[in-house]
Design a protein around this ligand. Structure first.
Ligand SMILES: [Zn+2]
Ligand SMILES: [Zn+2]
Ligand SMILES: [Zn+2]
Length: 147
C-alpha cells in the first residue's frame, strides 16, 4: 500500500527528523491493508523494541496535526489511524455493526465531495469523514439462514 511513499521525504517536508520510531510508525501504517488502532501499532513496535505508550501517542498526535496521517473514530471503538499522504486521499469507511471491524473503501473517492464542500464552506472545511454502517460479508455468512 505504501509502495509510492517515501517516508523520509514525507517527514522532511514537514521539518520532522526521520527518527527510527517515526519511520517505523509510518511503515506500519503504510503496510497495513486498513486503518489501525493505537494498541495494534504499539504491539507491533513492541515486538522489536520497548517503547513508552506516551511516545507513540505523541508521534501519532504530531502526525495528525500535520496532516500526515488521519484519525478515524469508529462508533464504540478506539481511534484508528491511517496514512493521509497524497497516495491515500480521503475515502469512506465501512463499519460492521456486529463485529465492529472497520474497512477502508479506498476505491471510492471523496475528492469531488471535498471540493463541493469547500465551495460552500470555504477553506475552513478541512476534513471529511464518512462512515457507512452495515453487516460485513464475514458476519453475513455467520447469520443462520431463515427457512
Ligand atoms: Zn504516500
Ligand atoms: Zn462483521
Ligand atoms: Zn481508510
Amino acid at each position: 500500500m505504501s509502495q509510492w511513499c517515501n517516508f523520509r521525504q514525507l517527514l522532511g517536508r514537514h521539518q520532522l527528523r526521520p527518527t527510527t520510531l517515526r519511520l517505523r510508525v509510518l511503515e506500519i501504517l503504510g503496510a497495513a491493508p486498513q486503518a489501525l488502532p493505537v494498541q495494534k501499532i504499539l504491539a507491533l513496535i513492541r515486538t522489536e523494541r520497548s517503547v513508552n505508550k506516551v511516545t507513540i501517542y505523541r508521534i501519532l498526535g504530531d502526525f495528525c496535526n500535520l496532516g500526515i496521517i488521519r484519525k478515524i473514530n469508529p462508533e464504540g471503538r478506539s481511534t484508528f489511524y491511517e496514512l493521509a499522504c497524497e497516495h491515500h486521499p480521503p475515502h469512506p469507511h465501512f463499519q460492521c455493526r456486529r463485529c465492529g471491524e472497520v474497512q477502508c473503501l479506498e476505491s471510492i473517492s471523496l475528492d469531488h465531495l471535498c471540493e463541493e464542500l469547500k465551495e460552500v464552506l470555504g477553506p475552513g472545511a478541512l476534513r471529511v469523514e464518512i462512515r457507512v454502517e452495515g453487516i460485513c460479508p464475514k458476519c453475513q455468512a455467520l447469520t443462520p439462514k431463515k427457512v
